[in-house]
Design a protein. Structure first.
Length: 474
């Protein structure tokens, strides 16, 4: 008797999602981007070694290759002739590779800012192997979006999708040139939406394999629509580790529209530093719910300062739109044109109030705060209070120098205050939104306070004013 084991029908068919139709539609619109830069080359000599013919200087790397051949490790260059050694001058060096995709049939291509940043020449390779020279129309460092263009018409373009319709667990694919391998397809699912990894963008998180060279390529949904630009990965090895991030395409298009018209992006600026409102901060400032954007410092001369906004304020609404976290306010202000008059609703000292201001323009550069000088060690046997703080009155000269009327100098910081980040040399300006006049009054405020609840301190360090919360003493 012979037994025949039949194979299951499903084993004869493909298992898992089939992306072939999506790839056929989308792949022709994806390009490989190669960049180069010009470098001034100065010939070097090796001490104790003769020069080239007629006393010419010889590049030591090239001399090494003359002796050992072209297959030594390191950057590969064409074999030079010993009779014509390379001299100082200009050299075209490969800079990097990336990806991009057509968003219009007349040659406009979206990619990442970091793909084209610093490039002297940009070359785009299509799936039909044509290589075209591209020019940068505009590039925005803060969102990592760049718009480039090649001459011509009739290019295949991707259909723009709606990233707001994406759901966690939905299949998506990436097309790009990882490590220079053109038209590589990888797939995965949407892991999360609205990840805050930057000032102005809520990133799409996926587990799609994204590696160096994928940057600037499209993230595509199951309808063959582009929903994002692959931009970043989370890695400790330099390669893919299961977490990648894409810029939502609607945000990228908003940026590219400005780049196309103006070559740059103009963003509204309030002139404040922000943090999320924690439960402890909300409780310490009398707010029923942990929501809004906490103002931690106000820039001098900014629209915020002119309108009377203070560190410690919590901004609840921007032009009537609710603010749940600091990133919401950054995006709303950033997406509003400079010179626009706006109204902010804020929480201050237990009451809601409205403030109007005219937005400034956000600058690309940010100044680096300088460190404050370390003060002299406290004199005598004085010890920090229950918060871990030992303070002293400010001299008239110091008040005049800092242009402040009140506040106390931190001479020592320990315990809860030290854990909160307060250190000697800082200046305390307010205690739970109450102005600190001098060291004696500060002691009274501490003695009267419920130290089981969070304590909100306005702290100045150098030219920066921040809002610091000391956690409850348990």
């Amino acid at each position: 008797m012979v037994f025949i084991i039949s194979q299951p029908v499903q084993a004869q068919n493909s298992i898992g999602p089939d992306f072939t139709e999506i790839v056929e539609k989308a792949d022709p619109a994806v390009v490989n981007i190669r960049t180069t830069e010009r470098s001034r080359v100065r010939a070097q000599t090796i001490p104790g070694m003769p020069g080239g013919p007629n006393g010419q200087e010889v590049d030591p790397l090239e001399m090494f290759r003359w002796f050992f051949g072209p297959n030594i490790p390191g950057p590969q260059r064409p074999m030079p002739s010993p009779r014509t050694p390379r001299r100082g001058g200009e050299e075209i060096l490969p800079r990097g590779v990336g990806s991009g995709f057509f968003i219009s049939s007349d040659g406009y291509i979206l990619t990442n800012h970091h793909v084209v940043e610093g490039a002297d020449e940009i070359y785009v390779t299509l799936t039909d192997k044509r290589e075209l020279k591209a020019k940068v129309i505009g590039s925005d460092q803060r969102t990592d979006v760049a718009l480039i263009k090649v001459e011509g018409t009739g290019f295949p373009r991707l259909v723009i999708g709606d990233p707001n319709r994406l759901k966690k667990g939905e299949w998506v694919i990436a097309i790009g040139s990882p490590f220079g391998l053109e038209s590589t397809i990888t797939a995965g699912v949407v892991s999360a939406k609205g990840r805050d990894t930057g000032d102005f963008l809520p990133f799409i998180q996926t587990d799609v394999a994204v590696n160096p060279g994928n940057s600037g390529g499209p993230l595509i949904n199951s309808r063959a629509e582009v929903v994002g630009i692959n931009s970043q990965i989370f890695t400790r090895s330099g390669g893919y580790q299961g977490v990648s991030f894409a810029i939502p395409i609607d945000e990228a298009i908003r940026v590219s529209d400005q780049l196309k018209i103006n070559g740059k992006v103009a963003r509204g600026k309030i002139g404040i530093s922000l943090d999320d409102v924690s439960k402890e901060v909300a409780e310490s400032l009398g707010l029923n719910k942990a929501q809004g954007a906490l103002v931690t410092s106000v820039e001098r001369g900014s629209p915020a300062e002119k309108s009377g906004i203070e560190a410690g304020d919590i901004i609840l609404r921007f032009e009537g739109r609710s603010i749940e976290k600091a990133a919401d306010l950054r995006r709303l202000a950033g997406n509003t044109k400079p010179a626009t008059k706006v109204t902010l609703q804020l929480w201050r000292r237990g009451a809601v109030r409205d403030v109007s201001l005219v937005l400034g323009e956000f600058e690309v550069e940010r100044s680096t705060a300088s460190r404050s000088d370390q003060p002299a060690k406290p004199k005598g046997d004085a010890k920090p209070n229950e918060l871990g703080l030992l303070v002293a009155d400010l001299s008239e000269a110091k008040r005049s120098e800092l242009k402040i009327k009140s506040g106390v100098l931190v001479e020592d910081s320990d315990g809860a205050a030290s854990r909160a980040g307060i250190r000697p040399g800082d200046i305390l300006l307010s205690f739970n939104n109450q102005e600190i006049l001098n060291a004696k009054q500060f002691t009274e405020l501490v003695n009267k306070a419920d130290l089981k609840k969070p304590i909100a301190l306005l702290v100045r360090r150098g030219e920066i004013v921040n809002f610091v919360v000391i956690r409850p003493i348990r």
